[in-house]
Write a protein that binds this ligand. Structure first.
Ligand SMILES: Cc1ncc(COP(=O)(O)O)c(C=O)c1O
Length: 402
């Protein structure tokens, strides 16, 4: 039996079946490439779903993790933690927020944001009835109970009812619908500036600016979930920077640790002040090892100008994808910003994903028919050319009905 098959069988036998897995066991990564257990090499345009933004095993992240592992891997948040304090400062100095709460995932960052918004409404406004949060249809905010409730897609909620009270959903990019949904109970609006799992849908400038103004008028908090689109992927360190607005709360995870699990919730001072010691906590949140990884990631992102690379290579990639549209009638639209791009198809995308994989290109498909491309931000135009060579061959096969 091959090494790869062995890993798959072991997993099938012992791991809980929560993931629909593809028949591939990845065992090594370097830059924009990964290798499976049988030694096959793949160009990685999935990057752990927007996690490995610096590419796999970036030397600075590897060195930071190795060094910190030999100094202090973990200590409780009962004590002050140096890498945590440094990473918080770096995030604050480069964002519109003033304070950071660290956790371990995107769902947890959103969970923290939901708790903070409720506490703020109670603490600052003295209002027990103001707890409702409005989110968007097709959003994705994670898999904890609060996060699936915030997620405006019934398929993630089914079977887990009763859901949490206090959420309402409106169509994305529809300011009027949001205006109509706001009432006396609303305390916050929570949105992804660029929806990832929902199909790579970009918020329009007028929409997000209108949402900000609406939140200001009604004294609502604006929570932006930048778990997937944040940290340079769209061409700015934070996606909200494209819109000339500032959120009250930002959530991050995915790319923050370069592959090491870490999440963060950032907030403006007046909002953060609603949390007092004891209000929220997690054992591992902001632990020395995770924050050493996070520091290396964010410093490298900034020093190496990776958001600019996302703009430059992203533009090239998007233009080349758009050039494919007239050639394949089942290819409908290309959407996205920077290096978070999607190609909407008129047909299911699963077989295209599979055939790309078989030819050595990893991409993924969201919502059944949107091909999603979230490669490492260190990607070059030559690597985009290579990916497109494979994608074009597969799309041609598809159009010839092969
Ligand atoms: C926008 C967004 N928010 C939250 C999450 C949940 O993050 P995690 O899987 O780390 O809990 C995701 C994950 O895909 C996401 O894309």
């Amino acid at each position: 039996m091959s090494y790869q098959k062995e890993i798959m069988e072991l997993s099938e036998r012992y791991v809980m079946r929560t993931y629909g897995r593809l028949p591939l066991a990845l065992v090594r990564g370097e830059g924009t490439y990964v290798w499976d257990a049988d030694g096959n090499k793949y160009l990685d345009f999935v990057a752990g779903i927007a996690v490995n933004s610096l590419g796999h095993c970036h030397p600075k992240v590897v060195a930071a993790v190795q060094k910190q592992a030999g100094i202090l891997m973990h200590c409780s948040n009962l004590y002050y933690i140096e890498p945590q304090a440094r990473l918080a400062r770096l995030l604050v100095e480069n964002s519109a927020c003033d304070r950071v709460f660290f956790c371990n995932s995107g769902a947890e960052a959103n969970e923290a944001a939901i708790k903070l918004a409720r506490k703020y409404a109670k603490a600052q406004l003295g209002d027990d009835c103001k707890y409702e949060i409005i989110t968007a249809l097709n959003s994705f905010h994670g898999r904890t109970l609060a996060a699936i409730t915030a997620t405006g897609q019934p398929k993630y909620q089914k079977g887990f009812e009763p859901l949490l009270a206090g959420f309402k959903y409106v169509p994305f990019n529809d300011l009027k619908a949001l205006e109509e949904a706001v009432d006396d109970r609303t305390c916050a609006v929570m949105l992804e500036p660029l929806q990832g799992e929902g199909g790579v849908n970009v918020a329009s400038e007028a929409y997000l600016q209108g949402v900000r103004a609406l939140c200001d008028r009604h004294n609502l908090l604006l929570i932006l979930d930048e778990v997937q689109c944040g940290l340079g992927r769209t061409g700015k360190l934070f996606a909200y920077e494209h819109y000339g607005i500032e959120p009250d709360i930002i959530t991050l995870a995915k790319a923050l640790g370069g592959g090491f699990p870490i999440g963060a919730m950032l907030a403006k001072e007046r909002v953060a002040a609603a949390f007092s010691p004891g209000d929220h906590a997690t054992t591992f949140g902001g632990n020395p090892l995770a924050c050493a990884a996070g520091l290396a990631v964010v410093e490298t992102l900034l020093q190496d100008g990776l958001p600019d690379n996302a703009v430059r290579v992203g533009r090239y990639f998007k233009e080349r994808l758009e050039a494919l549209l007239p050639r394949y009638e089942f290819a409908q639209e290309v959407r996205g910003k920077g290096l978070m791009l999607g190609m909407q198809l008129r047909i299911p995308g699963a077989s295209i994903e599979r055939r790309c994989r078989e030819r050595g290109l990893l991409i993924n498909c969201v919502g059944g028919n949107v091909l999603r491309f979230v490669p490492p931000l260190v990607i070059t135009e030559a690597e985009v050319d290579r990916a497109l060579e494979i994608l074009e061959a597969v799309l041609s096969e598809e159009s010839e009905g092969k």
